[in-house]
Each structure stands twice: as structure tokens, then as C-alpha cells.
Write a protein that binds this ligand. Structure first.
Ligand SMILES: Cc1ncc(COP(=O)(O)O)c(C=O)c1O
Length: 400
């Protein structure tokens, strides 16, 4: 007998839950791509995307996933042999470095481990050591979905300014945009990367690059910039097809237009940030209570100031995390995220990590429901845990 029948809840850090009205907006015949409403809609989407990122500069839309958006960023930022300083605080920081390296960029990685934020002092030392100012860009992850580490992007800009280093600041916000506070212009970010399947509540398939005037001026004529990746015509098209370097992703545009309306024009971006902050804290409160009764259960990131608000990585001790994930999915209809980059799949320790997502179209009912199901699973599987976790989470939601 299973209690999973009913509306399933995908509590994984992307693809996130797609609202019914976004699916409905996409469920339509393909429109005329040569003229008409799609052209106005796309211009409106571009304007909303700038508001979402907190910039008045430039935005380019690609038909890609996040890995594709990394390549689009690399292709516009660098020429072969250019130097990049990559700050890794999880699997995705390492992934962006690998993507750039395989495109011929000379990559230096500062690795801060799998459960700590980047250390601004070490970044400062690395920038000061680059006497020839050869580092063209610093690549950082705002929230690394694998570790749920959130980095201080404004602090990073301050270090760049304090050292007088001219490197561009490029930030991966794939996991955080629409969930965690992001102020691209105010924080001095030159390039921002995101994708549609997380905080933007739209199926995977669209990637976005926002770039500053400084980045635009510094990144012209690079030898990696092939026609499809070139951000310039996409950001300032003379003809509609140039937005996408070919046929527009029609149904996805209707979907993302709907999600932007929900996020920016109905709920409001700052309200969405506040909602994610409360839901994240409620998850943390539950794990702290569970951990009080079993030291093997703990949040991956010790300091709340450096935890993302869209996903929570945690350990339960092997093999409990995998057993619990299987139980919640098959017995209760809630799918939790695998542990990513914390241990190799062949390593038994791999089965000690999981992630709980709370990103995009998610409310208190869904989050408290997921936590309740996790507690039920711990009981069913005899996983030792502390008491009072659900009450602690409810108190956070109640603002108590
Ligand atoms: C922070 C971050 N960057 C990049 C990616 C890669 O995106 P995709 O899986 O869509 O290729 C992800 C995916 O989870 C991510 O979380």
C-alpha cells in the first residue's frame, strides 16, 4: 500500500514546480514568428528579465540549459588563452571552471570546499598576486545548488575594487535568481547567468545572460564568439530572429512571460525573496531539531548567512539519506534531491546526503508538508532523530 497517490511534489532543485498557469500559457499552437504579438511579448520579457536581475544594461536569451548558458558566457567573455579565476564552493563552481577550461580558457580555480562560502581574503590575495592584471574575469556561483552555499557577491565586488583589479565579475545565479536577493548593477556584477527551470518556474530550455556596458566593451571580437553564442545581436536585435539567432522558442516564451508576471507584477520580487527566506529558515529549524537528537543529521552549511534560500543540502548519515528519499517518493509522493558532489556515487557515503528544494512556485503548505513526510519516513525507517522539528518549522512559518 502507498500513500503517494495524489498531486506529487517535486522538491528537487530544478526542474522546479511549474505553475498550472505557466503550463496553460505554453499549451497553445505555435504563433506567427514573423510579426504580431510574439514580437511585443518578447520585448516585454526582455524588460522584465532586466528588472528581475536588477540591471538597466543588456540581456540575451538562449535556447539552452544552464550548462549551455555557461558556454554562452565563456564564448562572449573570453578568447582562447585568456585567464579566468574561478571561485568554487560546490559541484557547479567546478563545472563552470571545467566548461571554460575545455573551451581553451586558462582557468585558475580557488576551491573553498563543499560546505564553506568563498573566503574574500584568499580572493584578495589571488588578485594582488596577478601583478600583470592578466585575469580577465572572476567567475563565482551565487548559490551552488550542490552544496547550497551562498556567496557574498557584493563583498566580492568590494574586493575587486579594493585591489583595483580590472577583472570582470561574472556570477552564476542559476539556482538563486527569483529566490535570493540579487542586485546586479548595485553589486557591480558584469555578467549574470541564469536558466528557466528554477526560480523562474518554467520548464528547462531557456538560458539567460545579462551583461554590463563594461563587459560589452571589453568582450568584442573574441575568438570563441561564434555566431550562435554572440550576445550582441540577441541583446539589440535589428530583426526579430536575431533575438534567438533563428526560430524563437515560442511556447517557452509564453511560459516565461507568465512566470515573470507572477513574480514581478503580482507577488513582487522582494516579497518572493522574503517568502523564500522564511521557507528556508523553516527547513533549517527542522534539521536543527532532528540533529539535536542525532549528530549524524546536520545542515551542510554551518553559518545561516551563507545558506541559499532556494535549496538546502544536508547529511543524515549513510545509507539513511537515500533510503529516506526513496521512502518519501514512493510512500508519500514527495521527491527530494540527491546529494550532489558531496561523495562519489560508488562511495557508500554518497547515500548519506540529500537536498530539499524550496525554490520558485513553493508555499508554506508544500514545505511543511515535505518536512512532515520526511519525519514520517524517519519514523518508518527507524532513523534516529530529535523531536520537535515540525513544531520548530511551524513556529518559523508563524513568525514566532
Ligand atoms: C548553480 C547552477 N549552475 C549551473 C547549473 C547547470 O544547469 P543545467 O543542469 O540546466 O545544465 C545548475 C543546475 O542545477 C546549477 O544549479
Amino acid at each position: 500500500m502507498s500513500l503517494a497517490n495524489g498531486r506529487p511534489y517535486l522538491a528537487i532543485p530544478g526542474p522546479s514546480v511549474v505553475p498550472d498557469r505557466v503550463l496553460a500559457a505554453m499549451h497553445r499552437p505555435s504563433p506567427n514568428i514573423y510579426e504580431g504579438p510574439l514580437h511585443d511579448l518578447t520585448a516585454r520579457i526582455a524588460a522584465d528579465l532586466k528588472a528581475l536581475a536588477g540591471t538597466t544594461a543588456h540581456v540575451a536569451i538562449y535556447i539552452v540549459n544552464g550548462h549551455g548558458a555557461w558556454e554562452a558566457a565563456n564564448a562572449n567573455l573570453f578568447s582562447r588563452g585568456d585567464r579566468a579565476l574561478v571561485l568554487a564552493t560546490g559541484r557547479f563552481g567546478v563545472g563552470w571552471a571545467e566548461s571554460a577550461r575545455r573551451m581553451g580558457v586558462a582557468v585558475e580555480v580557488l576551491d573553498f570546499g563543499r560546505s564553506s562560502p568563498l573566503d574574500l581574503g584568499r580572493v584578495e590575495t589571488a588578485l594582488r598576486a596577478d601583478a600583470g592584471r592578466r585575469i580577465k574575469a572572476v567567475l563565482a556561483t551565487h548559490v551552488d545548488t550542490a552544496s547550497s552555499v551562498k556567496n557574498d557577491i557584493a563583498g566580492l565586488r568590494a574586493v575587486l575594487d579594493a585591489t583595483g583589479h580590472p577583472a570582470l565579475l561574472a556570477v552564476d545565479a542559476v539556482a538563486s535568481l527569483g529566490c535570493d536577493e540579487m542586485r546586479m548593477d548595485a553589486w557591480g556584477v558584469d555578467l549574470l547567468v541564469a536558466a528557466s527551470q528554477k526560480g523562474l518556474m518554467t520548464p528547462p530550455g531557456l538560458g539567460f545572460l545579462w551583461f554590463s556596458d563594461k563587459a560589452k566593451a571589453r568582450c568584442q571580437g573574441g575568438d570563441l564568439c561564434t555566431p550562435y553564442w554572440d550576445w550582441a545581436p540577441r541583446a539589440a536585435p535589428q530583426e526579430f530572429w536575431q533575438y534567438f539567432c533563428g526560430t524563437a522558442p515560442t511556447q517557452h516564451l509564453y511560459g516565461v512571460a507568465e512566470s515573470l508576471t507572477m513574480l514581478l507584477h503580482e507577488e513582487g520580487l522582494e516579497a518572493a525573496w522574503a517568502r523564500h527566506a522564511v521557507l528556508a529558515r523553516s527547513v533549517w529549524a527542522a534539521f536543527d531539531a532532528w540533529g539535536a537528537g542525532n549528530p549524524a543529521i546536520a545542515l551542510n552549511v554551518a553559518d545561516p548567512a551563507f545558506r541559499g534560500h532556494s535549496v538546502t543540502a544536508a547529511r543524515l548519515g549513510a545509507p539513511h539519506a537515500t533510503a529516506l528519499r526513496r521512502w518519501t517518493e514512493h510512500q508519500a509522493g514527495v521527491t527530494l534531491g540527491i546529494g550532489l558532489g558531496m561523495a562519489e556515487p560508488a562511495d557508500p557515503a554518497y547515500h548519506g546526503f540529500l537536498r530539499v528544494a524550496h525554490m520558485g512556485h513553493v508555499n508554506a503548505h508544500m514545505t511543511l508538508g515535505a518536512l512532515s513526510v520526511m519525519e514520517a519516513g524517519m519514523l518508518a525507517l527507524d532513523i534516529p532523530h530529535g523531536a520537535g522539528a515540525l513544531a520548530a518549522a511551524a513556529r518559523v512559518v508563524a513568525g514566532r
